[in-house]
Write a protein that binds this ligand. Sequence first.
Ligand code: NAP
Length: 252
Amino acid sequence: MVANPFDLKGRTAVVTGANTGIGQAIAVALAGAGASIVAVGRSSMDETEALVKQAGSRLHVVKADLGTIEPVKGIVEETIKTFGGLDILVNNAGIIRRADALDFTEEDWDAVIDVNLKTAFFLSQAAGRHMVDKGRGKIINIASLLSFQGGIRIPSYTASKSGLAGLTKLLACEWAGKGVNVNAIAPGYFVTNNTTALREDADRNAAILARIPAGRWGTPDELGGAAVFLASSASDYVHGTVLPVDGGWLAR
Ligand code: NAP
């Protein structure tokens, strides 16, 4: 065991969707623990870059639309070329579409499954080839309470996040013996763009708050500790787990 098992100095972390919300908070937390960050996404990373620098680390941007798997090989190649390796992958980018199951469209099904599940798998595959070769690596999938529960009016989101939990376990079974840890974090209800509609619906907001034992929504920085743990040698014997960070929601 190293002196500080949470130390990420000398490590490189790829974080998808790092421009805002949970991805940004995780990028900043990993940077604070010493990791160099490769921020992948389609929007400006200027704010994240400033926060990563404030945290004492460096950031490289890879512009990519993760609605297709076309960019995945390039993301891994550019990361290795820029920082000399790829030690940590955080599959965070994700979208949600809301409609009753009776009315749900194929477009809303495909769009969500493509970003949340298909790209997450093929980016893990591309990163995993490098990590397995090196005999070391950490992959963290951003799952959801909908990896455990059904939810309502979000059929493709629930399918994608339940699928991501399954994939986390499958990849852990294949790669645990090769030195690569694959785990997931299941955030509960966090204040981000993804949950604006829920927070603006007074009835849903009140119902959600009444069910959270902690009695409040989470803020994205509260996921940083779990991400640093799963990215660091502190979690070297943790494989295939989906770790809820949910204010106690699932305990209820
Ligand atoms: P968010 O603020 O909406 O962030 C979503 C991120 O994904 C953004 O960076 C977004 O980029 C990126 N993204 C979406 N589609 C993309 C595409 N085609 N190509 C590249 N990037 C794309 O929401 P968030 O809450 O932080 O969500 C982050 C992750 O946490 C998601 O996987 C979400 O399902 C999960 N999650 C969130 C909660 C919660 O309570 N907030 C709970 C459970 C799980 P743009 O800004 O460019 O769109």
